[in-house]
Design a protein around this ligand. Structure first.
Ligand code: MG
Length: 249
């Protein structure tokens, strides 16, 4: 675990922290894998329905459509079929949608040590979520993950100006938790541009979840520099000095 101590104070004091807030996508579960696998499964369903399309080529066409129209657009598969020269027949669309959702739901599982870490943290601190996206979609993920009752605050920023790295959602979470001092709150996320910059702007303790060690910590400066970089979510218990109890009844 990499630790920065820019504030010139010891950050390992348990009493120092009152809450830990989390990002959702690619922090609590593998959102990137879920999206790509679900799209691939939809392409396979379209192929099984008799439409000739190379799987990799289909995937890249679908990825471009999602990028063009946004992930919350409701007619990706209509546009996809038109793009490859086929009528968007409702039966075909439904096959793709069912394949997409069944794969998505199968992969909506927390990262291995997330459940134990949350259960450990919530014994001594408040835990919460600050995420960007459509409210229903993000809640759907939390419910599939089994976390709908875990968090004392769940803030989902729908509007762009409120989204990270803006501080709106963080401030709202602090208000809901009744915590005035942001330095007593940890924020954990996987994105430097959104999570770390936003948390640092808010004055929170910023933790970059970087399981594949992609971040070049020597190149991160200013508000992009996290207070901590962790490879496993369970390392947060060390930051807040709570011994992880492996026998949670
Ligand atoms: Mg994320």
């Amino acid at each position: 675990m990499f630790k920065r101590n820019i504030r010139g104070v010891s950050l390992s004091n348990k009493e120092k922290y009152k809450a830990v807030l989390f990002d959702i996508d690619d922090t609590l579960f593998n959102s990137s894998l879920m999206s790509s696998s679900a799209r691939k499964n939809a392409i396979r369903a379209i192929r099984r329905a008799g439409i000739e399309i190379d799987e990799d080529k289909g995937y890249s066409i679908l990825a471009k459509i999602v990028k063009k129209y946004g992930s919350n657009y409701g007619e990706h598969f209509n546009r996809f079929l038109e793009e490859i020269g086929h009528q968007p027949h409702p039966k075909l669309i439904a096959s793709a949608v069912v394949a997409y959702h069944s794969e998505k739901h199968a992969l909506l599982r927390p990262f291995p040590d997330v459940v134990l870490t949350l259960l450990t943290l919530m014994k001594e601190l408040k835990i919460g979520v600050v995420s960007d996206g459509i409210q229903e979609n993000q809640w759907e993920k939390l419910i599939y993950l089994g976390f709908q009752h875990f968090f004392e605050t769940v803030v989902i920023n729908e509007k762009k100006p409120n989204q990270k790295p803006g501080t709106y959602g963080f401030q709202k979470a602090l208000n809901e938790l009744g915590i005035a001092d942001p330095a007593k709150v940890i924020y954990v996320g996987n994105s430097i541009e959104k999570d770390i910059v936003g948390a640092n702007r808010m004055g929170l303790v910023s933790v970059l979840y970087d399981p594949k060690e992609k971040a070049d910590k020597d190149k991160l400066t200013g508000e992009e520099k996290p207070d901590y970089i962790i490879k496993r979510i369970s390392e947060i218990t060390k930051i807040v000095s709570i011994k992880q109890n492996k026998k949670i009844m």
